[in-house]
Write a protein that binds this ligand. Structure first.
Ligand SMILES: [Zn+2]
Length: 384
């Protein structure tokens, strides 16, 4: 490729499209920094912006995170200039000057000339669904009600209230939550082991809490919304984050009606540790790291030692000491967001000297490997 051809090729590429194809959620020309640990709060408010006009990107905090579409690929895939260019040529081959578009693409898009044809990796509908999926995941992770100005109750008191709230909930047996779990092939031994809970009578629980605690305190600890009601009206299934002593001061609530968005509501505040953290017992062995509680429970049902992180970008580097003596099998969703999360975790664990393997890597052509769009639960036969 001559310098002129390279210039043409770069000009034909949409940098945001390439970013999305690399698995980066780009919203309104912005995304989170690829080095979230350099930022406060893991770069919750995205610092990297894209200029479609100039074909460039830059992080407003990290001086070395900037450049053109090729540097973008280099950073995200951690590869050389030449490897990045080759990846772009392979992925967007029809945009390379002088290359003819394959016949089947002509048939599908007869009015588009090769020079300005869209990249074939995703249709706009697939892109939209990817962005929507990522947005929903992020929304679930980022929930926090406005912080009250002063500390209404001490941290110890807050923990006690969360603990007593979880004790007011019912076991899932013979409830709609049980049917929801059973459809995902998660059965009673696991419900009991992980102390899964549900709300059977929302009105009664709402009143009981208001009778027991001051409303401002209930809002402060994040159980009640601004209107003064228990937040979990549409999210009746509870996954307590048990510690090694089987207590929990943190939980995730889940909708069992698939039309509810977001499908998960985390308790306000930071996730203290991964789900099922007691597996990280500092003894030598493997641990399967997956995305979300449902996938973790699916593995536990197979007697596989698994932990869950709430979302692909929610892993905290301060958790790394918990992984002492462990090897990690990375089992994120088989989709763009899962792949980019996997690459991120590979580099984080590698820097900490912890060995990782990606589930199914090298077995892609076998019949039992995960298909595009699969998560662990669907792979084991769970129904949505
Ligand atoms: Zn940055």
């Amino acid at each position: 490729m001559t310098e002129e051809e390279l210039k043409q090729f770069k000009a034909a590429l949409s940098i945001t499209k390439v970013a999305v194809d690399l698995g980066i959620p780009v919203v309104r020309n912005r995304c989170r920094c690829f080095f979230p640990t350099r930022h406060s709060h893991g770069d919750r408010t995205p610092s990297v912006s894209f200029s479609e006009e100039r074909g460039t990107f830059r992080c407003w905090v990290c001086d070395d995170v900037r450049g053109d579409v090729i540097s973008l690929v280099q950073i995200v895939k951690n590869c050389s200039f030449l490897e990045a260019l080759n990846w772009l040529k392979e992925t967007y081959g029809f945009l390379v000057p002088g290359v003819k578009m394959p016949m089947q693409n002509y048939a599908a898009a007869p009015n588009i000339s090769p020079a300005n044809a869209p990249a074939p990796v995703h249709t706009p509908a697939q892109n939209a669904s990817l962005v929507a999926k990522v947005a929903v995941r992020e929304a679930a992770l980022e929930y926090h009600s406005p912080e009250p100005a002063k500390e209404l109750v001490s941290e110890d008191e807050r923990k006690k209230i969360i603990l007593s709230f979880l004790k007011m909930l019912s076991p899932v047996d013979r409830t709609p939550a049980a049917a929801y779990l059973a459809r995902r092939r998660i059965h009673k031994p696991i419900w009991d082991k992980m102390l899964l809970r549900t709300i059977t009578d929302y009105g009664m629980l709402n009143n009981k809490l208001k009778d027991t605690y001051d409303l401002e305190v209930l809002k402060y600890v994040g159980l009640f919304n601004e209107k003064g009601n228990l937040r979990y009206y549409k999210h009746p299934l509870f996954f307590p984050y048990l510690d090694a002593k089987r207590r929990s001061f943190y939980f995730q609530a889940r909708a069992i009606d698939s039309s509810v968005v977001p499908k998960e509501l985390n308790l306000r505040g930071t996730v203290p540790y991964p789900y099922n953290v007691s597996v990280l017992d500092q003894k030598p062995g493997w641990v399967y790291l997956c995305e979300g509680v449902i996938d973790t429970l699916t593995f536990l049902g197979q007697n596989i030692a698994a932990i869950g992180i709430p979302g692909v970008r929610s892993f905290k580097t301060e958790w790394l000491p918990l992984f002492k003596n462990k090897n990690v099998m990375l089992c994120l969703d088989k989709d763009e967001a899962g792949r980019s999360g996997t690459e991120y975790l590979q580099s984080v664990f590698e820097q900490a000297g912890i060995r990782t393997i990606v589930l199914g890597e090298g077995l892609e052509n076998l019949n039992f490997s995960m298909k595009e769009g699969d998560d662990i639960n669907s792979w084991f036969g769970g129904k949505k």
